[in-house]
Design a protein around this ligand. Structure first.
Ligand code: CTP
Ligand code: CA
Length: 228
């Protein structure tokens, strides 16, 4: 079915989606960043708008054209993303944190470009923690607002992907957690995706391998059922 066949099941809903990856400056020309392309967040915004939602996309360092009908708010750092997401989500029905937010930032930003120095040996870069935007959304959310987190996980010696994800869902306190298995370098920069949506009430929805639009549609199906 094409877009014309989409049910407007999100009509009248206000949705905020964060996308992309934050960049934390080190000096005027350098930053700490990550590989998030913003494509899954873009797909979420595009599909929500096509299904009738009023969509704000808080975009961290993404160079993609705005999806039709979507208002894009550009941000750079985690601190800027926090300010924008909290402001836009005050009266939202759904907030989806698809952005990759840097956990740490350089403790200070050099006013001038850092130089190698005479010894030529690199200094360590002291880091400090960034605010946890998702956790803050959960504590501040108005009644009835659905808060959705994302987690890219790998299995390790301690636990498999879903065990790590369930622990993260409980720790974050959000309603839904969209889990990507990124073992073996999967997902980043790719057009295709697959995910599992975990709910705080224990429900599990598997979204099969498909386009990022297809995965986005599956996520909105889960969300719409819970808004109804
Ligand atoms: N997130 C956030 N603010 C941060 C870090 C993460 O809002 N400072 C959000 C992400 O947008 C995502 C969710 O939290 O929706 C999970 O991110 P993740 O990095 O997996 O969680 P962390 O608690 O940072 O766990 P980890 O130590 O595994 O990185
Ligand atoms: Ca993190």
């Amino acid at each position: 079915a094409g877009p014309a066949a989409l049910a407007p099941d999100l009509a009248g809903r206000r949705v905020v989606v964060s996308a992309g990856g934050t960049r934390e400056p080190l000096d005027p020309v350098r930053y700490l960043g990550n590989r998030s392309s913003g494509k899954q967040g873009w797909a979420l915004a595009r599909v929500a708008a096509a299904r009738g939602a009023e969509v704000v996309l808080v975009a961290a360092n993404v160079e993609l054209p705005a999806p039709f009908g979507v208002r894009v708010v550009g941000v750079g750092t985690a601190e800027e993303l926090r300010t924008a997401v909290l402001a836009e989500s005050a009266d939202a029905d759904v907030v989806v944190m698809a952005a990759a937010v840097a956990d740490f930032r350089p403790a200070s930003v050099a006013a001038a470009k850092l130089k190698k120095g005479s010894a030529g040996e690199p200094d360590a870069v002291p880091l400090v923690r960034n605010p946890d935007v998702l956790a803050e959304l959960v504590t501040k959310r108005p009644t009835g607002q659905l808060v959705v987190g994302f987690a890219a996980e790998t299995g390790d010696d301690d636990a498999d992907v879903l065990t790590h994800a369930r622990a993260k869902l409980a720790r974050k306190g959000c309603d839904l957690l969209v889990v990507n298995d990124v073992s073996g370098g999967r997902v980043f920069g790719r057009a295709e995706n697959a995910a599992v949506v975990l709910a705080a009430d224990g429900a599990v929805t598997e979204l099969p391998e498909g386009s990022k639009d297809a995965v986005a549609a599956g996520i909105w199906d889960v969300v719409a059922a819970r808004l109804a």
